[in-house]
Design a binder for this molecule. Structure first.
Ligand code: FEO
Length: 403
């Protein structure tokens, strides 16, 4: 059974929702699914923009056939070749023997690498090229590394639709929603949009910045932003563009404190919660406490992009950093996280080492960071004396938040 929605005159969403996938890219947990968006334009020629993951190909094909309503498919524009959007290209080629693929040189090279049988049915475009399909003229703009090297966006100069590839995407299935203004995006979707962006494309902040700069002249003409995941934007462009601008500059969204702890028997957890309590008592409104052992690192990364201050509290494990804290630190480095203020708490019963090693990692591996004071060392459990030290750590965080 088809399941489609009209975006605007002659343009339809023909994508599909995925609910059964547990891990996106086989690593990031999905709790409310994900959508793979594809769009079909009916002009003198029919033009499909991107395909979907293989897992939802059947639904997608039914959608395309329904909207085509007996017409043939003339063109398939490929903005991004990652298989969650491109895996169904072969199936489209099989079902629509007259279709011609439109994309750039790198994308066609990757299609051959993936073993797609594109034979002669392709048309290579270059940056800035345009193609007319009747009333609609599409301009192609390269967007390298947002999120793969071949990525590009396509802009319909006739109706102001920007096919934005991975940019402005988010986790969560659409389940009937099409436009961001149909939901309370800030309340219900923003955290997943940040988790998607920071974990999937976070490393490539400068490339997102380059795309935003390139797209600036288009902004007054943009009427719809159609990403490959999540809802379409048709208003409040400033809201989502500002978020993307901040995340890709690695600027915190809020002045607040994220406390991440690793605790084997609850003593380091007590210190983390005690610190959160002190910060609240001292008037800090935005404080989050997360257990590294029960919070997937993708959420930790997302919240690290959100908050200005991060406290890392770790037990010592095998004379080193607790493995899950180490994994989180490595992810921060891989995703280019920078411009944050840290404080460090370590715990160890006979040889506390985690704090010094965390500090060394932060100093050496992350850019433009500040570490407040020395690490606070706990020997097994909190004491009255350590509580005084924890209080001064809270004071220095509060002072730093004023800056
Ligand atoms: Fe949703 Fe980079 O693919």
């Amino acid at each position: 059974m088809h399941c489609t929605r009209k975006v605007t005159d002659n343009l339809y969403w023909v994508g599909a929702n995925e609910h059964r996938l547990a891990l996106f890219e086989n690593i990031h947990p999905l709790t409310k699914g994900v959508s793979y968006n594809s769009y079909l334009l009916l002009d003198d020629k029919t033009v499909l923009f991107d395909t979907v993951d293989w897992s939802v190909c059947r639904q997608f094909l039914e959608n395309v056939a329904h909207v085509l309503n007996g017409r043939k498919l003339d063109y398939l524009v490929i903005n991004h070749l990652e298989p969650d959007h491109a895996a169904s290209i072969d199936e489209v080629l099989l079902r629509y023997p007259e279709v011609k693929l439109i994309s750039n040189e790198k994308a066609f090279m990757q299609m051959r690498q993936f073993g797609f049988n594109i034979d002669e049915r392709y048309e290579e475009i270059k940056e800035g090229d345009t193609r007319s399909f009747g009333k609609h003229t599409i301009a192609f703009v390269y967007a390298p590394m947002v999120h793969w090297p071949e990525a590009m966006v396509s802009f319909d100069t006739t109706n102001g639709v920007l096919f934005a590839a991975d940019a402005f995407g988010t986790f969560n299935a659409l389940d009937g929603v099409l436009f961001a203004d149909e939901v309370d995006f800030d309340r219900d979707w923003l955290d997943e949009a940040r988790r998607y962006l920071t974990n999937i494309v976070g490393k490539y902040g400068p490339h997102i910045q380059a795309l935003l700069k390139k797209a600036t002249p288009l902004v007054p003409s943009i009427k719809f932003i159609c990403p490959l995941h999540g809802p379409i934007w048709r208003k409040d462009f400033g809201y989502i563009i500002e978020k993307y601008d901040k995340w890709s500059r690695y600027e915190p969204e809020v002045k607040g404190v994220l406390i991440i702890y690793a605790s084997m028997y609850g003593n380091t957890e007590s210190a983390a919660v005690a610190l959160a309590t002190k910060l609240r008592e001292k008037g800090v409104k935005d404080v989050a406490v997360r257990d590294v052992s029960s919070t997937h690192v993708s959420w930790l990364i997302s919240e690290t992009f959100k908050y200005s201050h991060v406290v890392l509290a770790s037990v010592t494990y095998n004379l080193g950093i607790y493995p899950l804290i180490h994994n989180y630190l490595m992810d921060m480095k891989a995703l280019n996280l920078q411009q944050r203020t840290f404080a460090v708490i370590e715990n160890g019963t006979w040889a506390p080492k985690a704090g010094g090693l965390i500090r060394e990692f932060l100093d050496k591996e992350l850019k433009q960071i500040t570490v407040l004071g020395d690490e606070l060392t706990i020997n097994s459990s909190m004491t009255e004396e350590k509580d005084v030290e924890l209080d001064s750590m809270a004071d220095s965080i509060v002072e730093s938040l004023k800056g």
